[in-house]
Design a protein around this ligand. Structure first.
Ligand SMILES: *Cc1c(COP(=O)(O)O)cnc(C)c1O
Length: 392
């Protein structure tokens, strides 16, 4: 049994948000303003996000989750029954479930074991006459090679919607994800992401038609939003429903958090990079495959720091997680791949043998804590616990 000198220390959770006095003051200001749902702060947050991306003609549409943003993007692209959409099996179910919302079908592809991203060289084999779109996921915060992926999409006439839930502020060839030229990109501000609004997301696109449709469908299919009507110069009680839309708008309470989290994102990123660098240095001699890094000059967002135990590690993944837990360290597994889940497995008759690299990664994968609110001491605690768990 591994000894536990840290027994007295409080449990270190796998993830925690970092919210400061500025976020709190902005939320209080919102509460006192009388306008708590979607209004001026949601709009300011959209504008600030567009400025952050620093790309002319980019449209940012704030939504109450990334799942909602992915759904709106597929809806605006007209994905429907009879269509197929390709994505990776090594992701969270939200990436794929939105395809089913539209009545279309999901075609899962294995990962490249080096990057843990979708295996680009297996995408073309998954394309059929019914294929309409690809949803790449920038796993853990490492960019998918979008140049290759967009080229495949172009050659086959496919749409591309990026699931960038992990990828803020990831870059590829020095360009931020969100500006790579896909049809749409969706970021998540869920509680454990690189910045948070509690729940929230941002749909980003250069396609004005897509943006227009998504804005209408974000709020019940109304042709103008409540704040527009509230602030109109002339009395404006009249509105029109042009489609059966959804309830996906981001509240001003959430946007208040987002305004300050976005400002802090560069500092958050520095801290994440520091922690990742320390892990690389301190874990290099262990029977672990350390996570793939971004190419020289590019940014990995380090949303997740994913370890894989090597074949000759003294213990398996489950025991490793137990030993960390005994030492008061929370971990997670990203992900139980989609082909393992009853719904996806049964709907498409999937087996682990169809996704050997994802399956192998899954069986050996552990995500250790990496978040900005961690102190240096807590980072060292994680390192010591990992070393002890592996008998080093
Ligand atoms: C978190 C996450 C989502 C969903 O984000 P929400 O904002 O919670 O809807 C989608 N895809 C991936 C890969 C995620 O990690």
């Amino acid at each position: 049994m591994s000894q536990n000198p840290d027994q007295k220390l409080p449990f270190l959770p796998f993830a925690l948000p970092e919210l400061g006095e500025e976020e709190i003051a902005e939320v209080v200001d919102t509460l006192r303003s009388g306008w708590i749902t979607t209004g001026p702060k949601a709009r300011r947050f959209e504008q600030a996000f567009a400025e952050f991306l620093n790309e002319p003609q980019i449209e940012c549409i704030a939504v109450n989750s990334a799942t909602a943003g992915l759904h709106l993007a597929l809806e605006a692209l007209g994905i429907g029954p009879g269509d197929e959409v390709i994505t990776t099996t090594h992701t969270f179910t939200a990436t794929a479930e939105v395809v089913r919302y539209m009545g279309a079908d999901v075609k899962l592809v294995d990962i490249d074991p080096k990057t843990m991203n979708i295996a680009l060289d297996q995408i073309e084999a998954a394309i059929t006459p019914r294929t309409r779109a690809i949803i790449p996921v920038h796993y853990a915060g490492l960019a998918v090679d979008m140049l290759t992926l967009l080229d495949i999409a172009r050659r086959h006439g496919l749409k591309v919607v990026e699931d960038a839930a992990h990828a803020l502020p990831t870059t590829l060839e020095k360009e931020l994800i969100g500006t790579m030229g896909s049809n749409a990109t969706v970021f998540s501000f869920y509680a454990n992401k690189t910045m948070t609004t509690g729940e929230g997301g941002m749909l980003v696109t250069r396609d004005a038609e897509l943006a227009k449709r998504a804005r209408v469908m974000r709020l019940h299919g109304i042709n103008r939003d409540a704040f527009d009507r509230f602030t109109a110069k002339v009395p404006s009680w009249y509105y029109e429903i042009v489609a059966p839309g959804f309830k996906y708008n981001l509240t001003d309470i959430a946007a208040a958090l987002g305004l300050h989290q976005l400002k802090r994102l560069p500092a958050f990123q520095k801290r994440r990079e520091q922690i990742a660098a320390r892990y690389f240095e301190a874990l290099a001699d262990l029977p672990l495959i350390l996570p793939p890094q971004a190419p020289e000059g590019d940014v990995h967002s380090w949303h997740l720091y994913v370890l894989r135990l090597t074949e000759d590690a003294p213990i398996g993944r489950d025991e490793f997680i137990e030993r960390l837990f005994e030492q008061g360290i929370g971990c997670s597994v990203h992900y139980v791949p989609l082909h393992q889940h009853p719904y996806w497995k049964e709907r498409y008759g999937l087996t682990p043998e169809m996704f050997p690299e994802s399956q192998k990664a899954y069986e050996r994968t552990v995500t250790i804590p990496l978040y900005t609110a961690m102190t240096d001491e807590q980072v060292e605690r994680v390192i010591a616990a990992v070393r002890r768990a592996l008998g080093a």
